[in-house]
Design a protein around this ligand. Structure first.
Ligand code: NDP
Length: 340
């Protein structure tokens, strides 16, 4: 059983050498009884690289997820096929998405929180992205947290990524004016030409983020979908409109810092009566069926664009994961373990 192991806790930017790909012996059979009375044995097909996984690579305080165990496989979301089941809810051959381990085959002792996949006429890898956790994040973050109104001005950072590309398209379809920022020309082109954003800019080319935002939003920002934090958040605060809303989805620019950067412009929350709200996608999973009803037809009718960045094989999983923090991924970063 090929596995990706976290060697030790990480400080600073994660490196490929913080992980190791190892092969261990495995009996393709569920252990008997006891803790395994409701277990399933799965073959992992697609694994999802997600920024929050960085936080699990260190000892955690006040975090919602548990730290990884050094010497054990990385845990993350993925799409898998059931090979054997002791659980009445799952049968051999079923496809599911949810937490699994970065290895070829996994025994999942408690599979209850995994989602069964019923629609297989779309690429299965989509359940790591547009039809999985990032899709739900975009949906819940935009519609539940941002309280959007038609015509409002929306700004999205890390806009070409798994979550951002979808938030932008939901916001456009809802009738908002949408601008995104991203870290390369290629990504900016995608935002404008593939995802239909009204405008986009490369934040790495802007000396002064405040001036850039003033140029793109002369009348201010109603909704900021926050994926990066740090200097961008500070500049956005100065450019928010009165009664604006900020959905704090992620702060990726801070994840590799031992000490998070301070924010200087928080006073704007008061003067502009801004509502800034953090959220975690798993509080909204009850909306998943409603979300699928909305997004599946849009995918099938080609009304929504979706870009994935596919890495082949578990050997390439460590570099795919760390690529999120240098912006190497273009779109949703997926690792293919097996296609069927
Ligand atoms: P992406 O697919 O967008 O990949 C990460 C991207 O972040 C990179 O490609 C890069 O793009 C950008 N980035 C990396 N480092 C920096 C930096 N220092 N400053 C600015 N941008 C940077 O990831 P996701 O769409 O999966 O996640 C986006 C955000 O949403 C993350 O912050 C994540 O933690 C958060 N999230 C939160 C959830 C929740 O429940 N609250 C659930 C899922 C995700 P570029 O080239 O444009 O810089």
């Amino acid at each position: 059983n090929k596995q990706v192991i976290l060697k030790n806790y990480v400080s600073g930017f994660p490196k490929e050498s913080d992980m190791e790909v190892k092969t261990t012996a495995l009996k393709l059979k569920l252990p008997d009884g006891g803790d395994y009375s409701a277990a399933i044995l799965v073959k992992n097909l697609y694994l999802s690289c997600d920024p929050y996984m960085r936080s699990r690579m260190r000892k955690l305080e006040g975090h919602y997820a548990e730290a990884y165990t050094p010497g054990s496989p990385i845990v993350g979301l993925g799409v898998a096929r059931v090979l054997e089941s002791n659980n009445p809810k799952f049968s051999k051959g079923d496809l599911l998405w949810g937490l699994t381990r970065w290895e070829e085959y996994s025994v999942i002792a408690d599979p209850e929180t995994r989602f069964k996949i019923h629609n297989t006429d779309v690429p299965l890898s989509y359940y790591t992205g547009i039809l999985g956790m990032p899709g739900m994040t975009a949906y819940a973050g935009f519609f539940e947290i941002c309280s959007p109104k038609k015509g409002e001005r929306v700004f999205i950072s890390a806009a070409s990524g798994a979550v951002g590309q979808l938030v932008g398209q939901f916001a456009k379809a809802f009738g908002c004016y949408v601008i995104g920022s991203a870290g390369t020309k290629e990504k900016v082109d995608l935002l404008k030409n593939k995802f239909g954003f009204d405008e986009a800019f490369n934040y790495k080319e802007e000396q002064d983020l405040n001036a850039a935002l003033k140029r793109y939003f002369p009348d201010g920002i109603d909704i900021y979908f926050e994926n990066v934090g740090g200097k961008m958040l500070d500049a956005v605060l100065l450019n928010m409109r009165v009664h604006g809303r900020i959905a704090v989805c992620g702060l990726i620019s801070q994840y590799n810092l031992e000490q998070h950067e301070g924010i200087h412009n928080l006073f704007c929350l008061i003067t502009k009566r801004i509502k800034m709200e953090g959220f975690l996608v798993f509080d909204y999973y009850h909306l998943y069926p409603k979300f699928l009803d909305m997004v599946l037809p849009q995918i099938k009718e080609g009304k929504i664009a979706y870009v994935e960045d596919i890495a082949e094989g578990l050997e390439n999983a460590p570099s795919a994961l760390i690529g999120l923090f240098s912006g190497r991924n273009v779109g949703k970063q997926v690792v293919v373990v097996a296609r069927e």
